[in-house]
Ligand binder design. Structure first.
Ligand SMILES: [Cu+2]
Length: 162
């Protein structure tokens, strides 16, 4: 029994070394941790970003705000967020600025865009008053949000945390 286990462990170590010599076990992009609908664990290809539309946001519409000096602000006025689709890094915060009374903020998929709750740990809080709110995103994922008053005319977006 003991000898068998030693042999099995040696075999596992050998096969692991063989894999590492040709390609990393984990993607260089995001380690397969981003909830983008396409698992890439074990792939050496860089992550292409979100592959499916969520609240109108797709890989090509996210604005990259991961740089240290980038503005991570979402402004909203008449029936739209700008930028509606924002990419940040884990641990960064996003500030929403506008009139929450006229544009009540909600976390989740807009009903008119297919709905869905998004990640359960979505830090975006419901806002019904005030003019500014900041939320910190501690986990990778895609966090949808929308305006309760105008989601039916396209007022929604998502924060992509990588
Ligand atoms: Cu609105």
């Amino acid at each position: 029994m003991k000898r068998w286990m030693l042999i099995a462990m040696a075999g596992a170590a050998l096969s692991c070394g063989g894999t590492n010599s040709t390609a990393p076990l984990v993607s260089a992009g995001d380690g397969g941790m981003i909830s983008d609908g396409a698992s890439d664990a074990g792939s050496n290809a860089p992550d292409a970003g979100p592959t499916s539309s969520l609240n109108g946001c797709t890989a090509s519409t996210y604005v990259d705000a991961t740089a240290a000096g980038a503005s991570r602000a979402v402004a909203f006025t008449f029936f739209k967020y700008s930028p509606a689709c924002l990419t940040i890094a884990t641990g960064q915060s996003v500030t929403f600025s506008g009139d929450f009374y006229s544009h009540p903020l909600r976390a989740g998929g807009a009903p008119s865009a297919g709905g869905g709750a998004g990640p359960s740990q979505n830090p975006i809080a419901s806002m019904n008053s005030g003019t500014t709110a900041s939320f910190t995103f501690a986990q990778p994922g895609i966090y949808p949000y929308y305006c309760a008053a105008h989601e039916n005319i396209g007022m929604y977006g998502a924060i992509h945390v990588r």
